[in-house]
Design a protein around this ligand. Structure first.
Ligand code: SF4
Length: 353
């Protein structure tokens, strides 16, 4: 494993970085000596050296991010940093790392987000041939994205200031896994996802969020290709957010929304590839109908609540449940058949990461 990518550009001890007259004191505009920050940095350095786990809890304003980043960079190993929120992920990548580059000029870091944050060039080009845009605002946005695609190095939607959070247009052109044809795609070599993986493989620090980190673990568990390159250590920042995300990737979840999403993705793919399928469309309709019926059988409750009598529920509603499962099978069979005789892009039901 390429555990050591960057030699520390400084021999400065942690005391000389964090101490009252150290590097931070001279360079950080809001520096204040905090003994707990230096203590945490020492603890991280020892844990890395001894290859042990460390749990550190630090109050707001302790400067915990710098307290773990500096010893990690000094270790010269490739480390993944996973955060609970996009805000912290971006703060580390756009603020803390550029600041620390003054001390460690050779440091290489990559920001990795979920695939839905990146543009799929192929879908953008397909849309040009088969425009399915609604309204002037979407036409203008499309033309902005078309111009941006020519010069962006990351394809990250965060660079698009005018893109609404829930944009229908973006949903049609993002790089989600289910509709990606991978190495079969003509754009594979210049795909933003390919580039992101290449950058990560050459980096010392990889900044992800918990969703991407656990998606990677889940893929590894299923023996699919991983998202992250090999790394020597992991930092889970905002670890209180971790439990929910881990449950999402290692638990099983099904809902009427997810069935609807599958139906819409399939219809969009048929439209984009201009396929008038006499088999797939009715299979989608049937799945929708049966899902609607099945999910209506659940007790109507406000918000989240536990569902402990699963066995009884299944026993009482086995016919509707089997009918729904059969409709999934029917759709899968039709899509596989399509995939055999066209470039439909069926991704075999992999998780969306
Ligand atoms: S490789 Fe996948 S995500 Fe990348 S451009 Fe092609 S279809 Fe889109």
């Amino acid at each position: 494993m390429p555990a050591s990518k960057t030699k520390p550009a400084t021999d400065a001890s942690l005391e000389k970085i964090f101490g009252p007259h150290g590097w931070l004191a001279r360079n950080h505009p809001n520096y204040e000596f905090r003994a707990s920050q230096l203590e945490m940095a020492d603890a991280v350095e020892s844990a890395l050296a001894d290859r042990r786990h460390l749990i550190a809890e630090a109050g707001t304003g302790t400067g915990k991010t710098l307290a773990y980043l500096a010893p990690i960079i000094r270790s010269g190993r490739r480390v993944v940093i996973s955060t609970g929120t996009k805000n912290l992920q971006e703060q580390i990548f756009f603020k803390d790392i550029p600041f620390l580059k003054k001390l460690f000029p050779n440091l290489r870091a990559t920001l990795m987000k979920g695939r839905q944050n990146y543009l799929c060039r192929q879908k953008l080009y397909d849309l040009e041939k088969q425009p399915a845009l609604s309204g002037l605002a979407e036409v203008e946005l499309y033309s902005e994205i078309r111009g941006w695609e020519k010069h962006t190095e990351t394809g990250d939607r965060a660079e698009l200031e005018n893109l609404p959070d829930s944009s229908d247009l973006w949903r049609q052109i993002d790089a989600r896994r289910e509709t990606c044809t991978g190495q079969k795609c003509a754009q594979f070599e210049r795909c933003f996802i390919t580039w992101m993986h290449q950058r990560a493989a050459e980096s010392d620090l990889i900044i992800v969020n918990h969703h991407l980190f656990f998606a990677d673990l889940a893929l590894k568990q299923m023996d699919y290709a991983s998202l992250l390159p090999e790394y020597a250590a992991l930092v889970l920042d905002e670890a209180h957010e971790m439990e929910d995300v881990a449950t999402r990737y290692f638990g099983l979840q099904v809902s009427n929304y997810r069935v609807e999403e599958l139906a819409r993705d399939t219809e969009a793919a048929l439209r984009q590839k201009n396929i008038a399928s006499p088999e797939v469309a009715p299979a989608v309709r049937e799945m929708r109908r049966r899902a609607e019926h099945f999910f209506e059988l659940f007790p109507q409750r406000e918000g989240r609540s536990s569902f402990s009598n699963r066995e009884e529920f299944l026993e009482a509603n086995r016919t509707a449940y089997s009918a729904l499962l059969n409709s999934f099978e029917r759709l899968k069979t039709e899509l596989r058949r399509r995939d055999g005789d066209s470039d439909f892009g069926y991704a075999g039901g992999r998780r969306n990461v």
